[in-house]
Design a protein around this ligand. Structure first.
Ligand code: PAF
Length: 251
């Protein structure tokens, strides 16, 4: 049975009664097969599996993006039940920010590059909410997709820096058959944009340089935020209409 717990206090009460390892998958809902892969990995490695669903307002630098973030509770619950999730933590925003976001977690180097350079405050919001979620859930391991590679690395860094007692487990990006990385934002693409979107993966895997990939995408009508190579990894962020897509691959 999957229980749904709505406040941090209620969750902590439930958590006290659990024993064994806890695998945690933090999400903003609108679950897809990329999230399902995280749930399956967590299920295989732990006694208890916890999923959180919280569209975190502090990580959206663009209010329109926040308003349009898809909410698919019924399908999310079904996926959780099908994957034998023990508990869903599904909090309300005021309960997660009793201080009105006076306190936050900030990283001052890596978080200011790539996505951080284009989305001011985004990673402060991510790190702060993930710290809060970890403190409520007390997981043994937490599972993050490599599609958000910079996010995953920043969270690993936070866990090390603050001597937090859990392991971060990276899970490989899940792709559509045409190469497009699975993302909750894909449902917002029009049919025409969806047909064009796999060009992102193609450009970053076939171009010789980051500049060449950026040019190929611009020529096809993408508004490119960046294509950058760092430490044998190529990162991209580009808009199709109002939808911002990101991806990365090892090179
Ligand atoms: O990757 C996400 O869905 C979010 O950034 C996360 C980690 C759940 C924090 O809100």
């Amino acid at each position: 049975m999957t229980v749904v717990l709505r406040s941090p206090q209620e969750f902590k009460q439930w958590r006290k009664k659990q024993s064994g390892s806890v695998g945690f998958v933090p999400t903003m809902g609108a679950l897809h097969s990329g999230h399902e892969q995280l749930l399956k990995t967590a299920r295989a490695e732990n006694n208890i599996v916890v999923l959180s669903i919280f569209v975190n307002p502090t990580q959206f630098n663009d209010p329109k993006d926040f308003e349009k973030y898809p909410i698919t509770w019924d399908a999310d619950l079904k996926m959780a039940q099908n994957n034998k999730v023990d508990a869903i933590f599904y909090p309300h925003a005021p309960d997660m920010y009793p201080d009105n976001y006076r306190y936050k977690v900030t990283e001052n180097e890596y978080s200011k590059t790539l996505d951080g350079a284009h989305r001011p405050g985004h990673f402060d919001g991510v790190l702060s909410v993930v710290m809060k979620l970890f403190n409520v859930v007390s997981p043994t391991k937490a599972y993050f997709g490599e599609k958000d590679f910079q996010q995953m690395r920043l969270i690993q860094g936070m866990v090390e820096s603050f001597f937090m007692n859990l392991e971060i487990v990276p899970v490989a990006t899940v792709r559509e058959s045409d190469g497009l990385a699975k993302s909750s934002r894909n449902v917002r693409l029009t049919q025409e944009q969806r047909a064009l979107a796999p060009a992102i993966y193609k450009a970053i895997t076939t171009s010789k340089t980051a500049d060449e990939a950026a040019q190929a995408l611009s020529a096809q009508g993408f508004k490119v935020d960046y294509v950058t190579d760092i430490d044998n990894r190529r990162y991209v962020a580009a808009f199709l209409g109002e939808v911002r897509l990101i991806d990365n691959v090892q090179i």
